[in-house]
Design a protein around this ligand. Structure first.
Ligand SMILES: Nc1ncnc2c1ncn2[C@@H]1O[C@H](COP(=O)(O)OP(=O)(O)OP(=O)(O)O)[C@@H](O)[C@H]1O
Ligand SMILES: [Mg+2]
Length: 340
C-alpha cells in the first residue's frame, strides 16, 4: 500500500537577481531544497518543522503541485506530483501560510460556495458540505459564517482556509503553518481539529511549523528541516531522547539593540558552550537558551548573570528546564564539538 506522501531527494533552486548599483544585476542561486526525503504514513499527523527559510513552503508547494522540482520526485497516495498532478489535486486539501484568493465582499459561506463549485461540487451535496465544514472549524459557533470576509479576524480567516481545504472531503490535508499568528484559542481549535481528523482514521495531515511546542502537541512523527535538508526524523519522544542527557537553561533578558549584534558569539565565548539560541520575544525582550550538560548549569548561570549585570542588562527570568524539542533542534544545528 502506498504511503500517504512520499518525497524522494527533492531539489529546488531559485534564481534571483541581485541589484549591484543602479543598473547592474548579478545572478544568484538560492538552494532552497538540497535533497529532501521523507515519508508520511496514512492516518498520521506529520510535522515538517524548521526555522524561517528552511524550505518548508517550497516543499509544500512541490507536493501540492504548485511548483516543479528541479530534481527528485514526490507522490501523494501513489500519484506523482508532476506527471499525475490532476490526480494529486483531487486527493489533497491545501492551505498556504499566506492565504490569498478569498473574496473580500463575500461572506464566508458564499466564498465556500464559490470554491466548492470551482471544485465541481453542486446542489444539495455542496450545501451539506458547506454546513458541515463551517461547523467543524467553529465558524458557525463564532457567528461568522455570514459575515463578510473583509470583517474576518485572522483566526476566522485561518478557519475559513481550513474549511475550504476540507470542502471536497480530501483524504490528505497539507497545511503550511496553519496556526501562524493566531491567538491561543484559535490555534487550539485548529490543532484539536487536525488531531481529530487524523484520529477519525480517514485523513492524513501534513503541517509545517516553526513552533516546536505545536509539533510536540500534535505530531505523530516530525521531520526537522534546516537549510534545505532533513536533519532529523522520528517521533517527538525519539527526538527528545537526543537531548536526554542535557539540561536546558532559559534566560529572559532586556538587551539594548546595539548589543544584539554578535551576542550569540559573545555567549559562546563566555560560557564555552556552542549550543546557544536567541529569540526576540514580546516587548523588546530576548530569550536566551543554552543547552548544557548536567553539572554545568550553575557555572553557566553564574557567568551569564555576572556578564549581564555588569553590562546593566535587566534580567527578567532564569529557568532550568527539561529538554524540549527546541533543544534537540539547537543541539542538531549548533552542537558537534563535544561529540553530542
Ligand atoms: N520565489 C523565490 N525566489 C527566490 N528565493 C526564494 C523564493 N521562495 C523562497 N526562496 C528562498 O528559498 C529558501 C526557502 O524558502 P521557504 O519559503 O521554502 O522557507 P520556509 O521554511 O517556508 O520559511 P518561513 O518559515 O519563513 O516560511 C529561503 O532562503 C527563501 O529565501
Ligand atoms: Mg514558509
Amino acid at each position: 500500500m502506498a504511503p500517504a506522501i512520499e518525497a524522494k531527494n527533492l531539489v529546488k533552486n531559485y534564481v534571483t537577481w541581485e541589484r549591484k548599483g543602479f543598473i547592474k544585476r548579478t545572478r544568484k542561486i538560492v538552494q532552497a531544497l538540497r535533497g529532501v526525503s521523507f515519508t508520511v504514513e496514512k492516518g498520521e499527523v506529520f510535522g515538517l518543522l524548521g526555522p524561517n527559510g528552511a524550505g518548508k513552503t517550497t516543499t509544500v508547494k512541490i507536493i501540492t503541485t504548485l511548483l516543479l522540482p528541479d530534481d527528485g520526485e514526490a507522490r501523494v497516495l501513489g500519484y506523482d506530483v508532476v506527471s499525475e498532478a490532476e490526480k494529486v489535486r483531487e486527493v489533497i486539501g491545501v492551505t498556504l501560510s499566506v492565504e490569498k484568493g478569498f473574496f473580500w465582499k463575500l461572506t464566508g459561506r458564499e466564498n465556500l460556495k464559490y470554491f466548492g463549485m470551482l471544485r465541481g461540487l453542486k446542489g444539495s451535496y455542496l450545501n451539506e458540505r458547506i454546513e458541515y465544514v463551517l461547523g467543524l472549524v467553529g465558524l458557525k459557533e463564532l457567528g461568522a459564517a455570514d459575515k463578510l470576509y473583509e470583517e474576518y479576524s485572522l483566526g476566522m480567516k485561518a478557519r475559513l482556509a481550513l474549511a475550504r481545504a476540507l470542502l471536497h472531503d480530501p483524504p490528505v490535508l497539507i497545511l503550511d503553518e496553519p496556526t501562524i499568528g493566531l491567538d491561543p484559542a484559535s490555534a487550539r481549535t485548529i490543532r484539536e481539529l487536525l488531531v481529530k481528523l487524523a484520529r477519525s482514521g480517514d485523513k492524513t495531515v501534513l503541517i509545517t511549523t516553526h513552533n516546536m511546542f505545536e509539533a510536540e502537541l500534535i505530531c505523530d512523527h516530525v521531520a526537522i528541516i534546516d537549510k534545505g535538508k532533513i536533519i532529523a526524523y522520528g517521533t517527538v519522544e525519539e527526538l527528545k531522547r537526543k537531548a536526554a542527557d542535557r539540561v536546558s537553561l532559559e534566560l529572559i533578558v532586556s538587551i539594548p539593540k546595539n548589543m544584539l549584534n554578535g551576542l550569540e558569539e559573545k555567549i559562546v565565548a563566555l560560557t564555552g558552550l556552542r549550543e546557544v539560541a536567541l529569540e526576540a520575544i514580546e516587548s523588546g525582550r530576548t530569550r536566551i537558551r543554552i543547552v548544557a550538560r548536567p553539572g554545568e548549569e550553575e557555572y553557566v548561570i553564574e557567568k551569564m548573570l555576572e556578564w549581564l549585570y555588569s553590562n546593566n542588562m535587566k534580567v527578567h527570568q532564569v529557568r532550568i528546564k527539561e529538554p524540549s524539542l527546541e533543544d534537540v533542534f539547537i543541539i542538531l544545528t549548533k552542537g558537534g564539538s563535544r561529540g553530542g
